[in-house]
Design a protein around this ligand. Structure first.
Ligand code: IPM
Ligand code: MN
Length: 360
C-alpha cells in the first residue's frame, strides 16, 4: 500500500494561485514517481473571500487544518484590504492556532543564479535561518493608552517564556546536528549561532543566551556554538555569508534578517519557508507576497512555491522525492531560466513549472 498524505492547499491572493498550481504539479509528478499519494483539499481563504463574506477565517479553520498532514500556502495580501487584516487574521492566526513555533528559512544560492553580492557564489551562500515563530512582539501583547491625547502611550512587548525559547533551541540544535555543514560534508563543524542583541535587550536575550549555552553544553556538546548581534549579522550576511551554518533567532529579528538573506539567494522568486510544528501540522509558503500587479500575467516565478513544496515533502519524510525536486530546480536555475525576476525568466510561470516537473 502506498502512503497517502492529506494536504490542505491554500492558494490565497494575487499570484498565490498561479504559483501554487505549479508547486502542486511538481509534487504530483514526484508522488507518482516515488510511490506515494497526495490527497489535496483546496480552501479559498484570502482577500476575495473576505471582501465577499466579511469573514477572514471560518471558525473551524484550525480544526479543519489539523485533519491534514501539511498545508501548502500561496500568498496572503489583497490591495483592497487594509494591511494587517489578512496577514494577522489568516497567516499569523494559523501559525499560532497550529503552534507552528519554528519558521525555517534555508538560504541557498543555486548555481547560475545571480546574487547582488560581489564575489560570492553557491559555496559561500549556503546556510539556514531558524526563526522562532510564536513569541516576541508577534504575540500582540501591549496596547495604546490615552489615544489621541498628547500623552498617548503605545506599548508592544517583546515577550518570551523559557519554554518557548527552549523548544526552539532544541529544534535548532537537532537541525544543526542533522543538516549542519559537517553533516552535509561541506564544512569542518556543525555550528549553531544565536543571533540576538545582548548588549541592549538585556532581559530577553539574556534569557536566550543562558538557555542557548545551557542546552548546548549539556545536550549538544558536538555542536559548535557562536553568537552574533543582529545588526552585525546583517553586515556579515553581505560581507562573509560563508561564516554561517545554522542561525537561530527570535521572531522579529528573524523576520527582518530573512528578507535580507532572501535577496542574497536571488530574491523572492526562489526564497521558501516552512512554518513548522515538529509535533503537529506544518505550513509551507514562498516568502514573496501576493504581487497584485502581476496577477494572472504568467510572469511570476513559481520556484519559491516549488521549493516550499519540496520542504513540505522533506518534512513529511519523503526525502528522496525532495532531493529529486531540489536537483530539478538546480538544473533549471543553472541551464534554463535567464533570471529569477518576474517577467525576465525567459519563460512564463507555467513553463518554469513544466521545466521542473519534466526533470523529476
Ligand atoms: C513573513 C511575513 C509575515 C511576518 C507577515 C506577512 C505577517 O513578513 O512571513 O515573513 O511578519 O511573519
Ligand atoms: Mn517577513
Amino acid at each position: 500500500m502506498s502512503k497517502t498524505y492529506k494536504i490542505a492547499v491554500l492558494p490565497g491572493d494575487g499570484t498565490g494561485p498561479e504559483v501554487t498550481r505549479e508547486a502542486v504539479k511538481v509534487i504530483q509528478v514526484a508522488a507518482k514517481k516515488f510511490g506515494f499519494t497526495l490527497q489535496l483539499n483546496e480552501y479559498d481563504w484570502g482577500g476575495d473571500r473576505y471582501l465577499k463574506t466579511g469573514e477572514v477565517l471560518p471558525a473551524n479553520a484550525a480544526v479543519e487544518m489539523k485533519q491534514h498532514d501539511a498545508i501548502l500556502l500561496g500568498a496572503i495580501g489583497h490591495p483592497e484590504v487594509k494591511p494587517g487584516i489578512l496577514e494577522k487574521g489568516i497567516l499569523l492566526a494559523l501559525r499560532f492556532a497550529l503552534d507552528q513555533y519554528i519558521n525555517l528559512r534555508p538560504v541557498r544560492l543555486y548555481e547560475g543564479v545571480e546574487t547582488p553580492i560581489k564575489d560570492k557564489g553557491p559555496k559561500q551562500i549556503d546556510y539556514v535561518v531558524i526563526r522562532e515563530n510564536s513569541g516576541d512582539v508577534y504575540t500582540g501583547t501591549g496596547g495604546i493608552m490615552m489615544k489621541d491625547t498628547p500623552h498617548e502611550v503605545a506599548v508592544q512587548n517583546m515577550l518570551y517564556t523559557r519554554a518557548q525559547v527552549d523548544r526552539c533551541l532544541r529544534y535548532a540544535f537537532e537541525y544543526a546536528r542533522k543538516y549542519g555543514k559537517k553533516a552535509r560534508g561541506v564544512g569542518p563543524d556543525n555550528t549553531l549561532a544565536l543571533v540576538g542583541k545582548t548588549n541592549v535587550l538585556t532581559y530577553v536575550f539574556d534569557l536566550w543566551e543562558r538557555a542557548f549555552h545551557e542546552m548546548g553544553a549539556k545536550e549538544f556538546p558536538d555542536i559548535k556554538r557562536d553568537y552574533y548581534h543582529v545588526d552585525a549579522t546583517c553586515m556579515w550576511m553581505v560581507k562573509s555569508p560563508e561564516w554561517f551554518d545554522v542561525l537561530v533567532t527570535a521572531n522579529l529579528f528573524g523576520d527582518i534578517i530573512t528578507d535580507l538573506a532572501a535577496i542574497t539567494q536571488g530574491g523572492l522568486g526562489i526564497a521558501a519557508g516552512g512554518n513548522i510544528n515538529p509535533h503537529g501540522v506544518s505550513m509551507f509558503e514562498p516568502m514573496g507576497g501576493s504581487a497584485p500587479k502581476y496577477t494572472g500575467k504568467g510572469v511570476i516565478n513559481p520556484l519559491a512555491a516549488i521549493c516550499s513544496a519540496m520542504m513540505m515533502l522533506e518534512t513529511l519524510g519523503e526525502q528522496t522525492a525532495a532531493n529529486a525536486i531540489n536537483k530539478a530546480v538546480a538544473d533549471v536555475c543553472k541551464n534554463k531560466v535567464q533570471s529569477l525576476a518576474a517577467g525576465k525568466m525567459g519563460y512564463n510561470t507555467q513553463q518554469v513549472g513544466d521545466l521542473v516537473a519534466e526533470r523529476i
